[in-house]
Design a protein around this ligand. Sequence first.
Ligand code: ATP
Length: 321
Amino acid sequence: MKRIAVLTSGGDAPGMNAAVRAIVRKGIYEGFEVYGINYGFAGLVSGDIRKLTPKDVSDTIGRGGTFLYSARFPEFAQREGQEKGIEQLKKFGIEGLVVIGGDGSYRGAVALTKLGFPTVGVPGTIDNDIPGTDYTIGFDTAINTVLEAIDRLRDTATSHVRTFIVEVMGRNAGDIALWTGIGSGAEQILIPEHDYSIENVANEIKRGRENGKKHTIIVLAEGVMSGDELARKLWEHDEDFHTRVTVLGHVQRGGSPTARDRVLASQFGSKAVDLLKDGIGGVAVGIIGDKVIYSDIVDLLENGKHLPNLDLYQLNKEISF
Ligand code: ATP
């Protein structure tokens, strides 16, 4: 294998640039020519592909987003798009591909794998919802961004003796809510992987007030319901409950990656190159404990399931009253 390529796909995540940088630099170090594909699978199909030099990735390690751009390109779910993508890769003489993204992007990588093209997945999404790894690139930065926002809200919540609902990202996974709920000392955390009842939420708020708490912070993963919906349900339960809702939205996605995300991205990028060098495709890299590992990507998507650390959910109950 002489030429490899990299693309970023799905939602951008801080640290994607650091991963691309590592792939380019390590790839060249190992004797490859490395190509960058713009706009994810859309650019793969249209042939928006260029050779990257070590200088092209200078000054990118600390930048959020992705300088290769990303795109949602549902057409890649069709065989026709996938075959066109492989044709483009062959046209450029590219023999191995690294796909950085979330589970949708992994499906694209699986499609290429099934068509016989050596592809390596790198988990890049702030949601931390990918099987086969404890952490994804961007999660650490996102939770630190959310924490900073909640710390600010807490000042206002305390000053006005108010209940704040903070809606954070996480359609299917409660990791962002769990980690930021504990890190911010939130009174309640609501995640898709755990039942809740409005009555319990309301009782906990009351109990906190009776214990002399001046504020209540509820961190809510968007996959449970919207912040407005929770506010309405609490009010319907008890008309004395007046809550303020903050939806953090896309501010959670951007920003300069933390040290942890930069290092993780560099480790993942380097491992992806090692795998292609050894002729191993059809896999995804990850970190389990402190070991960088790889797993069969088809098996991950078909049988793997990401579960948040539910011990953290229990821990918050024990220390937040
Ligand atoms: P995030 O979790 O951050 O949103 P993601 O990678 O899951 O990231 P998606 O929009 O779901 O984001 O997927 C990214 C891209 O992967 C899609 O736009 C599409 O090009 C490709 N893709 C998604 N599903 C499939 C599929 N079933 N087959 C082939 N390609 C797919």
